[in-house]
Design a protein around this ligand. Structure first.
Ligand code: CA
Length: 708
């Protein structure tokens, strides 16, 4: 069932020519006159020394997330307190880094909603809500999240979950222009922050789990016209190649990948830019499906999956690439944060690029040429032993491709490090990585059927995930780890670590005050010393934190701000581990300064599922079929083994378990579409949907027994 019936071209024309059709911004009655986001080429290029402001996603084009502000430092940090908080009024994951320009903060919440705030007081200036259709989440692997905006000469740019790129008037929040950057009929999403380089706004997209062909595109800041588009994987060779790079890439693919959704390789997060070299660096994601044996039978590196690619930002022309995981088969994206720095290397200063992608290796690469300088694993990994420095390729462990039998792979598909930004402190020379450390089972699927628009990972949905047996899952609990890791890129060695309660903690910020800032999954905002990792300060956030902090100054006073609100892929999928922490989603912007003493209200929270299941239905075979369908189609949002991460209702407590007709109307016909539950009648027959109900009823009985 399609949620839109208009022709994509018609939609494109409408959004280009009828901006008045866009939902308009709400301006608060007591709105102050907003300073215009006066950011341009000169200012962005000099951002390193413009310490009062945080003018682009990673603060500077080098994306170091380092600030020379040092009023808040090792000595003064004990005097840090809450200056103001702003309630984002959404209940899904919050991942954004706020932008601050000349005293005005531009930030986003889930559902791509933009707020402009007075950065000194937190007073609302305006809000823009792009009114994303809630059932678009069926194409969002990893929650209805958004990582922030870009600003340029009085405009604010936001990538919307449904694929729109919208330019707003920075003073009022009114829509200047809006374009569909993707075919709205296809399962593309946008969660990443745009960047602006010399009058062009750059945006990628996600959707490789569902079946899309990845690309990054550049739009004119004034007109919204497409300037260039760079695809990351080749299309059907019979239709010709867009450029020489695609022709080169196609030689590394086998089979008919373009029939399985387009190959994947989405550019959903990392970008960095070197203005001197005139090079834009992008991180490219996983293949569709993950399993290379299905995607490209017989092998092949499958360029540019899992690669860092250097492009000319003016034209999108390919310059060089480095592939971190040739022939990737585990969802090992290289979309993770890219940092540019000049570091000492074998007695010389080298211009390098650093990345800790999902695959568990930390890479230091010459960013002029793409030459690999060094690579070492930043967590214990099971799929490879090391990177061969002659070939630049990982040396794989036999069996890791799970061709013959299942293989317990570390890191998992969520990576040793995911989207949560790391940071680099030139004073300590260290990179601060929010690390994930847990395995996942991968296996060849019994059957693989490509289903357009739903998850197509191509690893077995039953044994490829957490086991269904409670005792086996309990045994896995100690393996679910997360930590803050201080890594020396020159020696490729760990310098210090702080173990957290579990995985999926926030991104990091580091400053000249010898500080590292990180929010945690269990609801704390913590500050550590940058050289030794000593905990210096903490503040209870009353909700899990995944976003990174940022810092700015107004009239000589330093502020630190962080968006809080639990969510994202881990929160949705690993419900069982998340529920143990019992934290609600309370989405807020929290801003701190020295001498402030604000407090947050306690949150009344009753996370336990109220079980009231009907008697079991279906025999063992029926339930097993339902289990497999559930893990393939429902699990991404409703959680492994039907245990919800509590961002959305836990199905085991659903009243529809008692009501076969109601279940059918919701699951197949979209009766709760406005709440975000899409119609799945295209992929689930009535009989199949009943097997899923039988499986969830079984899980409800199991859950009830455990609760007693
Ligand atoms: Ca992925």
């Amino acid at each position: 069932m399609k949620s839109r019936s208009a022709h994509p071209l018609l939609i494109l024309v409408l959004v280009l020519w009828l901006p008045a059709c866009e939902p308009s911004a709400t301006v608060a009655p007591d709105a102050e006159p907003a300073a215009v986001a006066a950011v341009d080429r000169q200012r962005l290029r000099a951002a390193e020394t413009d310490t009062d402001n945080w003018m682009s996603y990673g603060r500077t084009y080098s994306e170091q997330r380092y600030s020379t502000l040092d009023q808040i430092n090792e000595e003064t940090v004990t005097d840090l307190g809450l200056a103001w908080s702003f309630d984002l009024k959404t209940e899904r994951g919050v991942e954004a880094t706020s932008i601050v320009v000349d005293g005005v903060m531009y930030t986003t919440s889930s559902w791509s909603i933009v707020h402009a705030l007075n950065a000194r007081t937190g007073n609302l200036l305006w809000t823009y809500d792009p009114k994303v259709a809630k059932d678009k989440t069926r194409h969002a692997c990893c929650d209805a999240v958004n990582r922030g905006v870009a600003v340029w000469r009085g405009q604010v740019f936001v990538g919307v979950l449904d694929g729109r790129l919208v330019a707003l008037n920075a003073a009022t929040g009114a829509v200047n222009w809006s374009v569909a950057t993707v075919d709205p009929e296809l399962p593309y999403t946008i969660t990443g922050a745009p960047r602006v380089i010399d009058g062009k706004v750059l945006i990628g997209n996600g959707g490789a789990e569902y079946g899309v062909r990845g690309f990054i595109a550049a739009y004119d800041v004034n007109s919204g016209q497409l300037v260039w588009r760079f695809y990351t994987v080749p299309g059907d060779p019979a239709l010709g190649f867009e450029n020489k790079a695609m022709e080169m890439a196609a030689a590394t693919w086998k089979g008919e990948w373009w029939k399985l959704g387009g190959g994947g390789g989405t550019v959903w997060d990392a970008m960095a830019y070197d203005p001197e070299l005139e090079l834009l660096y992008i991180g490219v994601g996983n293949g569709t499906p993950w399993n290379r044996e299905i995607r490209s039978p017989g092998g092949g590196d499958n360029l540019f999956l899992s690669s860092i690619v250097a492009l000319r930002p003016d034209t999108g022309e390919y310059v060089w690439h480095y592939q971190t995981t040739p022939g990737e088969s585990w969802d090992y994206t290289a979309t993770q944060h890219i940092i540019l720095a000049d570091i000492e290397w074998e007695g010389k200063t080298r211009k390098v690029l650093m990345q800790a992608p999902k695959n568990g290796f930390f890479y230091v690469i010459d960013r002029v040429s793409g030459e690999l300088l060094s690579a070492n694993n930043y967590i214990d990994i099971t799929w490879a032993t090391h990177v061969d420095m002659d070939t630049g390729r990982p040396v794989e462990v036999p069996g890791a491709r799970y061709e013959e039998k299942e293989f317990l792979v570390t890191p998992s598909y969520l990576g040793g490090h995911n989207w949560h930004p790391m940071s680099y402190n030139p004073d300590t020379g260290l990179v601060y990585i929010p690390v994930l450390d847990f395995p996942a089972n991968y296996a060849q699927p019994e059957h693989f059927l490509y289903r357009p628009g739903v998850s197509n990972v191509g690893t077995d949905g039953i044994i490829g995930s957490l086991p269904d047996a409670q005792s086996e899952r309990e045994a896995m609990r100690p393996l679910m780890q997360g930590r803050l890791l201080a890594w020396d890129p020159r020696t490729q060695r760990e310098v210090w670590r702080v173990e957290h309660k579990g995985p999926w903690n926030g991104g990091t910020l580091t400053t000249a005050g010898n500080l590292v800032f990180q929010g945690t999954a269990d609801g704390n905002f913590v500050i550590f010393s940058a050289d030794e990792g000593k905990q210096l300060w903490d503040f209870p956030t009353r909700t899990g934190v995944v976003a990174p902090a940022m810092t700015y100054a107004i009239d000589g006073e330093q502020y630190v701000s962080i968006n809080v609100g639990w969510g994202g892929a881990y929160a949705l999928v690993f419900g069982e581990f998340v529920q143990a922490e019992s934290l609600p989603n309370v989405s807020r912007v929290l801003t701190f300064k020295l001498g402030a003493s604000g407090q947050l209200p306690n949150v009344d929270w009753k996370p336990r599922v109220v079980f009231n299941p009907p008697p079991p239905t279906g025999d063992a075979t029926t339930i097993r079929i339902g289990y497999a369908l559930y893990q393939d189609i429902c699990m991404g949002c409703h959680g492994l083994n039907a245990v919800s991460g509590l961002l959305i209702p836990d199905l085991r407590g659903s009243a529809y378990l008692h009501d076969a007709a109601g279940w059918n109307a919701v699951v197949r016909e979209g009766a709760l579409r406005v709440n975000g539950m899409a119609a799945f009648g295209q992929w689930l027959s009535k009989e199949q949907s009943e097997t899923v109900r039988s499986y969830v009823i079984q899980q409800a009985h199991r859950g009830q027994k455990l609760q007693q």
